[in-house]
Design a protein around this ligand. Structure first.
Ligand SMILES: [Mg+2]
Length: 330
């Protein structure tokens, strides 16, 4: 990317997004942020070609969409309302304006839907395509959901279905033409839905919450470590994605527990609040499933038929071989 075209590319990219009134929006040396009386949640994440996606399986619009979605999912996990984000593009030399507009279009679609404003960013040339985003949200009431609040006896829930995104990646890689649940799994892989409304709904009730980016085995262990507790998960209660039906039990569990990228929420609720939360979610059209209970220590996978330790080893192997897959997120 040459210096002159750099400015043009920035302009083409930012024009994909709703205009933010000066001096708040992009165009100055810094973004100016409006004063807020709410606490801010800020997170950053990068998606890189060859690590998180390949252009063989993802369109540029998909890539732009997903880069923002994975960041918004972290805001959802805190119960935050999206407010602004910065976007840095790393573009290979041969990148065209049309390609930059495609990235912007995909990203702007989700930005508009979730009410988040692009306030600034950067463009630099690089060997491969990469997008680094910093997103911020506000905690409009109460305090943010943390990973550290789970208490022994709390019920453990997950939202939506598990394993769909990983199955979607398998289907993309095997080039199978897909319809129905399989096509929806591919869509989940390409354009995950950050559970923003659910995060806000849970904010007054849940004792701990995080989003499922790495898979239940890994992410539950993070939540338990942060809360200094253990958990027992009932394997037959896991809400498997419909696209997993027909696969071997082993394959299903591998995808659901360690496939990652479902971007659902994992959260704990005190038993006395559980039915209220379930009713509120039902009324809001949010699917949640009770999958286990928080315990004193250690992770127990009831009825897995697989040794969890060896299973996790297998899952790690799976994760690394997922070309077009993903790297560990902090
Ligand atoms: Mg996260």
């Amino acid at each position: 990317v040459s210096v002159e075209s750099e400015f043009k590319l920035i302009d083409r990219f930012t024009r994909c997004f709703p205009k933010v009134p000066a001096p708040w929006g992009p165009g100055d040396d810094c973004a100016v942020l409006p004063p807020s009386r709410f606490a801010s949640c800020v997170t950053t994440d990068a998606v890189l070609e060859g690590v998180h996606f390949t252009q063989e399986h993802f369109t540029l619009e998909d890539i732009g969409y997903k880069a923002l979605a994975v960041n918004l999912s972290d805001l959802a996990a805190m119960g935050a309302t999206p407010s602004w984000f910065l976007c840095s593009l790393e573009l290979p030399r041969e990148t065209t304006e049309a390609q930059v507009v495609s990235l912007g279009k995909g990203m702007a679609k989700l930005a508009r839907r979730t009410g988040i404003n692009l306030v600034g960013g950067n463009v630099t040339s690089a060997k491969t395509l990469g997008l680094s985003l910093t997103v911020a949200g506000e905690i409009r009431r109460g305090s943010p959901l943390l990973r550290s609040g789970a208490r022994r006896g709390d019920f453990l829930f997950v939202s939506g279905h598990l394993g769909g995104a990983a199955r979607g990646l398998e289907l993309l890689q095997t080039q199978k033409r897909s319809t129905g649940p399989a096509a929806r799994a591919i869509q989940r892989q390409k354009r995950p839905t950050p559970r923003l409304a659910l995060g806000k709904l849970l904010q007054p009730w849940a004792t701990a919450c995080m989003d499922l980016s790495d898979g239940l085995v890994q992410d539950l262990s993070h939540l338990c470590t942060a809360s200094k507790v253990g958990a027992t998960v009932r394997m037959d209660s896991l809400p498997l994605d419909p696209a997993l039906s027909g696969l071997s039990r082993d394959h299903q569990l591998r995808l659901a527990l360690a496939g990652g990228e479902d971007y659902e929420l994992l959260f704990s609720v005190p038993p006395r609040l559980a039915s209220r939360v379930e009713r509120a979610c039902k009324a809001a059209g949010e699917t949640i499933t009770r999958v286990g209970v928080i315990s004193r220590g250690g992770l127990h996978w009831e009825g897995s038929g697989t040794d969890p330790a060896s299973a996790t080893g297998g899952f790690d192997h799976f994760r690394r071989t997922g070309a077009g897959g993903r790297a560990r997120r902090p």
